[in-house]
Design a protein around this ligand. Structure first.
Ligand code: HEM
Ligand code: HEM
Length: 471
């Protein structure tokens, strides 16, 4: 069983290395630009809760900026960064070259064109309606779908050329994720059942699978590759990784209706979604245990390595955020939390605390190996601590505030009371959000140092035969 990941193969020459490094760097750089833009918009949104008139004019209204923020973080930042890394991991763990560098560049162009066109369309007021995370007009979503198909083809082609018999765990997750998402994106685009309750059902399916079958498997794929590499030891259990993969695949697609509890959707469908939301504890706890047990006894390495610390936060974000999600799916708790800021806290605990931290850990662990350039320690420290403290403030303030909000609504006090009670928590969210944004500036600086910066301390991966994780 392939419990280890290998770094390099002699038959992969320097030109191949450079091509792969340029692709990985280009995906990371454009993703970083999207992160800065999207979270700049996030800050503006957060301030609008305290000063709603700030930024007048149709272009800067909350209704236009909110979907710009969510779509740009999802499809500009997280998707592009994860795909760049998936290419690197697929080629390296399969000890081969990319199936097609050209396709990778075409995919990058398509992802960026879609994100740019989608952002412009939303700001001009062209919006596909109330369908969360698929507000871009459908022709633009088709461009994104084309980028996904190109990526799936290229990843499968790369892994098909592998030198080992088995497919390394990370590639199960990344290829699975891209294929599932092609299906999810097609289902979301087909028009004929998109009305009435059919539309509600598809909306739940799309929304939750966007996070569960796209970002989650790609981010887990990074953990499975970067952890053994950083710790120089194999993943704790390959079998547990496979179990988590299949249970994620079977349980996740069924739970979308938990977004619409107490809605006119059939009661049995809602109950099924709740039951499988509890079943999700199997892949979540199984996967998290696998990562934590891989790190067991290596506290010293953890405290001395920022990439490992980013990954540790990412694993904790996955474990805590998803377990919180299971709690939110119970009717008794959703009665309090639904429609409140608690859900926004959950979204950021997962998409930020898990997915975004996983990306950062992966970029810091792998990009220096590809380019031969390292970030400075001060830049890493600033990024890590501002992001951790900022997101902690963000999530805690919204979780407490959201609970108070929900209890207010349940107790029947005038609605305005819940708005007044949220004020302080919205201010704290602004404070946390500002720190998070500043940490992204530090990240952008670090990415620059790892790609075009003048310092070139690390040896490129080709020159690191010992960088193989022990079997
Ligand atoms: C500086 C960092 C960030 C700030 C200040 C910020 C702020 C915000 C604000 C103010 C909202 C609207 C909340 C509402 O409607 O009440 C929001 C929504 C959202 N943001 Fe962010 N955000 C940040 C980073 C991110 C990142 C990096 C991601 C994803 C990778 C993300 C994903 C989302 C999602 C999914 C929603 C919708 C939440 C829901 O409907 O439950 N955010 N964000
Ligand atoms: C696997 C276990 C998980 C379960 C059972 C779960 C459950 C839930 C539930 C019940 C809601 C709806 C809350 C409401 O509307 O009142 C929700 C919302 C959300 N979850 Fe999760 N969650 C899980 C993991 C995740 C992960 C790993 C991510 C991100 C990668 C994520 C991202 C989100 C987002 C973005 C929303 C907001 C959707 C919206 O805009 O309405 N969740 N989750």
């Amino acid at each position: 069983m392939p419990t280890s990941v290998t770094a390099h193969d002699a038959s992969v020459d320097e030109t191949d290395d450079r091509a792969l490094a340029s692709i990985f760097a280009a995906y990371t750089i454009t993703a970083t630009v999207w992160l800065l833009f999207a979270t700049g918009v996030g800050i503006l949104l957060a301030y609008k809760f305290g000063a709603p008139d700030f930024g007048r004019g149709a272009w800067l209204t909350f209704g236009r900026l909110r979907p710009i923020h969510t779509n740009a973080t999802f499809y500009g930042w997280a998707s592009i960064a994860l795909v760049g890394m998936a290419y690197y991991v697929a080629a390296r763990s399969s000890r081969t070259v990319l199936f097609s560098a050209k396709l990778a560049w075409i995919g990058l162009a398509l992802f960026n064109v879609a994100a740019l066109a989608g952002t412009i369309a939303l700001d001009l007021g062209y919006n596909d309606g109330n369908l969360e995370y698929r507000e871009w007009p459908w022709p633009i979503r088709l461009v994104f779908l084309a980028a996904l198909v190109v990526t799936a083809w290229n990843l499968i082609g790369t892994v098909a050329r592998r030198r080992s018999e088995d497919i390394y765990l990370s590639n199960w997750y990344t290829i699975g994720g891209v294929l599932w998402t092609c299906i999810v994106a097609v289902v979301a685009i087909l028009p004929w059942y998109q009305y009435g309750l059919g539309q509600v059902s598809v909306s739940g399916y799309y929304m939750h699978n966007a996070v569960g079958m796209w970002f989650t498997p790609l981010a887990l794929g990074i953990f499975y590759y970067a952890l053994p590499k950083l710790l120089n030891r194999p993943i704790y259990s390959y079998a547990l990784g496979v179990l988590a993969f299949w249970t994620n695949l079977v349980f996740y697609p069924i739970i979308g209706a938990h977004h619409f509890l107490f809605s006119p959707l059939p009661w049995w469908l809602q109950t099924t979604a709740i039951v499988f939301s509890v079943a999700m504890l199997v892949p979540v706890w199984g996967g998290s245990a696998n990562f934590l047990l891989t790190m067991r006894g290596r506290m010293r390495d953890l405290t001395h390595s920022y990439p490992l610390m980013f990954i540790l936060v990412g694993v904790i974000g996955y474990l805590v955020g998803s377990t919180q999600g299971t709690a939110e799916a119970f009717r008794s708790l959703q009665e309090v939390w639904h429609f409140t800021n608690f859900t926004i806290g959950h979204s950021h605990l997962t998409m930020y605390g898990f997915v975004t931290f996983a990306i950062w850990g992966g970029v810091y662990a792998l990009l220096p190996l590809a380019t031969g350039r390292e970030p400075g320690r001060a830049g890493l420290m600033l990024h890590f601590w501002m992001a951790v403290v900022g997101s902690f403030i963000y999530v805690i303030s919204l979780s407490i505030g959201g609970t108070i909000q929900g209890l207010n609504w349940k107790s029947g006090v005038p609605f305005i009371q819940s708005v007044v009670d949220m004020q302080a928590y919205h201010v704290w969210r602004g404070v946390g959000g500002s720190l998070m944004f500043l940490s992204h500036v530090a990240f952008a600086w670090n990415v620059w140092r790892m790609t075009y910066g003048r310092t070139a301390k690390a040896a490129p991966v080709a020159a690191l035969p010992a960088a193989e994780a022990a079997a």
